[in-house]
Ligand binder design. Structure first.
Ligand code: MN
Length: 201
């Protein structure tokens, strides 16, 4: 786990995204963040703090509270811990150009005693303590095992008191600023009309 790929993709003289020191800033609890990202396609970036970085997955449809729904989560490069606080606009033409919202954040706990082994085996069970996402979840790897660098996983809600048929993505405001996507684009000089496409009508 290193930030080499993350840093190689970005020009930090242009993008306001954090470069990341790579220094471990381990708090007693592990953080998680879900960033709603209107890039070329809308997706939700799901990130779990582990060993000084944010392990990251891109979820095109966002998380679902319905245990019968499996949401595709594509593994992407590790991000710096500081990225968890990033809300704003990545300039057009830069990697991931578009509007980013901190849609949810909080802490997580593994339900597996050995996180590294669980990740290696492609099945990590964990509990989220966020403002929108709570309770028990699992990430299961579906393909690409041992071959491609990028692997496809499924994010699935476990049955518990936080499971629901309600579409959680209708809760569309930032967990930190309460802004809409259009509001963030306005505040940071982004493409307001494009950002507004991912706000509820
Ligand atoms: Mn993204």
């Amino acid at each position: 786990m290193a930030l080499t790929e993350y840093q190689a993709k970005r020009n930090f003289r242009i993008t306001p995204e954090p470069k990341g020191s790579g220094k471990k800033q381990r708090a007693p609890e592990l953080s998680f963040v879900v960033q709603k990202h209107q890039a070329s396609h809308l997706h939700y970036d799901f990130r779990l703090e582990w060993k000084g970085v944010l392990l990251s997955w891109a979820i095109p449809k966002g998380p679902s509270l319905d245990p019968s729904v499996k949401r595709l989560a594509m593994a992407v490069e590790d991000h710096p811990l500081e990225y968890g606080g990033f809300e704003g606009v990545i300039p057009e033409g830069q990697y991931g150009g578009g509007t980013v919202m901190v849609w949810d954040r909080g802490t997580w706990q593994s339900e597996d005693p050995d996180v590294d082994t669980a990740l290696k085996n492609g099945e990590l069970k964990f509990v989220l303590h966020g403002s929108k996402l709570k309770g028990s979840w699992v990430l299961v790897r579906t393909k690409g095992f041992g071959t491609s660098k990028r692997s496809a996983w499924l994010l699935i809600k476990h049955k518990d008191k936080y499971a629901s048929p309600q579409d959680i993505t209708v809760k569309s405001r930032s967990a930190v600023s309460k802004r809409s996507m259009a509001g963030i684009a306005t505040a940071f000089g982004g493409d307001v009309a494009k950002a507004a496409e991912s706000d509820p009508k």
